[in-house]
Design a protein around this ligand. Structure first.
Ligand code: SF4
Length: 203
């Protein structure tokens, strides 16, 4: 089993946080799913229709971390199932990742009302789930889809877009969130360039 200490050195700065993550990891991925479904650790559970846990492989080479569920995701309980999901699908194809190669999760499992940005307190409350999911999925590469994922994964660090760094015992790479490509189509070309220069991380 992957140790929490080794893989979450930055995540696990506070001992009670580390303890929570270890307890979650010990329950396995289905235990983490159950804990998320039962969670009332922040007010977002009151307005969410569904908890959104993740999708994809349980042994991914590449783990994408998004921000939070939107309207479609909240209704269906599935991440990236709306327009941003279609952009993610195109990205997966461009990256030449097959089904068993990838998984996607969000920093928050409940939708913030009106799709507002996650609050710091909400990111903190949900972070043990994020850390436990990463530990159990144990990807080689963590792809941070935008600044909120970066804030949750490596608080206080500012990664260059498309420049990989070793963080928390893994290779982390920050690229654009698929939703950011919907409204600014010129970013697609930039995103492809960021992907092209990093193919060696997963191929
Ligand atoms: S967002 Fe996370 S911490 Fe908040 S209620 Fe949902 S699962 Fe729990």
């Amino acid at each position: 089993m992957v140790t929490v200490e080794k893989k979450n050195s930055d995540f696990g700065k506070k001992s009670n946080f580390e303890k929570k993550v270890r307890e979650l990891v010990e329950t396995g991925y289905s235990g983490v799913e159950e804990a998320i479904l039962a969670c009332k650790n922040c007010p977002l559970h009151e307005t969410a229709s569904n908890k959104v846990i993740g999708k994809g492989s349980r042994t991914p080479k590449v783990l994408f971390i998004g921000e939070a569920p939107g309207k479609n995701e909240d209704e269906k309980g599935i991440p990236f199932c709306g327009r941003a999901g279609k952009e993610l699908d195109k990205m997966l194809e461009y990256m030449r990742l097959s089904e068993e190669d990838w998984a996607v999760i969000n920093t928050l499992k409940c939708r913030p009302p009106e799709n507002r940005n996650p609050k710091k307190s909400e990111l903190e409350a949900c972070k043990p789930f994020l850390a436990a999911q990463i530990t159990l999925l144990d990807p080689k590469v963590v792809i941070l889809l935008g600044n909120t994922a970066e804030k949750a994964y490596c608080p206080g660090k500012k990664l260059e877009w498309g420049v990989p760094e070793e963080i928390n015992g893994r290779t982390a790479l920050k690229i654009y969130h698929p939703a950011a490509l919907i409204y600014t189509r010129s970013r697609i070309e930039t995103q492809h360039a960021l992907i092209d220069k990093n193919r060696g991380l997963w191929e």
